[in-house]
Design a protein around this ligand. Structure first.
Ligand SMILES: Cc1cc2nc3c(=O)[nH]c(=O)nc-3n(C[C@H](O)[C@H](O)[C@H](O)COP(=O)(O)O)c2cc1C
Length: 240
């Protein structure tokens, strides 16, 4: 099978599974898939995500209650909670800077210096936002002004950065779900949960945000709720 055929099989096999097999399950599939999820691209390579494995039966029961007792959480053999951590930006920027120093050595050339400046100056300007949003407002006025004359990134407020971080977390989540199929397992992405209770359950700090819960297991036939439906490509794919 060609790579493209394999990928087609993986993408078409992945379904949102709402009922899992009671016993057939291998947690190694999750271990492998979490390893692959961490290879997903992330904005500025900041990797502002975390993955919490929930596998004890009493924890799964509590998680299911937090997810309003949905079938997929009630029957899951394990669940991954994907968490966005915009608050860890400084730590991750430092890690990237250390990596640049490791790669480029004591005398970084132009590319190394640009990367150091990127993580040392630009990233803090973007990610360092105050509670009241005053810095974000000033940045917005600035980019609007500069943007009159030349192309400019407009997403600079604290709210914009939350979206940036969630986007990257969701890419890791999708990488995880496709990998689970490659490992002969199934998943369902879940955003129907009580985020306040879920953060308390995982002991997360105030600024962490749950991106999604992913239930894991192996499907049983009743776990697929009908044929796949997608709106026609003509409604979503456009040629400019
Ligand atoms: C971000 C996100 C949140 C979702 N939340 C839930 C959920 O809370 N419960 C659920 O049963 N399915 C949930 N789904 C699954 C979707 O309903 C499902 O992906 C969609 O109907 C398409 O079906 P398919 O994944 O089998 O192709 C969610 C999907 C995504 C991407």
């Amino acid at each position: 099978m060609s790579l493209s055929e394999s990928f087609d099989t993986i993408v078409s096999t992945r379904r949102a599974v709402r009922k899992f097999h009671e016993t057939d399950y291998n947690p190694d599939a999750v271990t492998q898939s979490l390893r692959r999820a961490q290879l997903a691209p992330s904005s500025s390579n900041m990797q502002l995500w975390e993955f919490y494995r929930v596998s004890k039966s009493e924890d799964l029961a509590e998680l299911s209650t937090i997810c309003m007792g949905q079938n997929t959480t009630a029957t899951a053999k394990e669940a991954i909670v994907v968490v966005a951590r915009p608050d860890l930006w400084r730590k991750r920027a430092d890690a990237n800077q250390e990596n640049v120093k490791r790669v480029h050595g004591d005398r970084p050339g132009f590319r190394g210096q640009s990367a150091l400046a990127y993580y040392g100056n630009l990233v803090p300007k973007l990610y360092n936002n105050d509670f009241l949003g005053i810095r974000g407002l000033i940045k917005k006025i600035y980019v609007t002004y500069v943007g009159w004359k030349k192309p400019m990134v407009r997403e600079v407020t604290g709210g914009d950065i939350r979206i940036v971080v969630h986007k990257s977390a969701a890419l890791a989540a999708q990488t995880f779900m496709l990998s689970m199929v490659a490992e002969g397992h199934d998943t369902c992405p879940v955003e129907g949960f009580d985020s306040v209770r879920l953060k308390r359950f995982l002991n997360l700090p105030a600024k962490a945000e749950v991106n999604m819960v992913i239930t894991c297991g192996k499907r049983i036939p009743e776990g697929i709720y009908g044929e796949r439906f997608r709106v026609p490509a003509s409604e979503v794919v456009f040629n400019k």
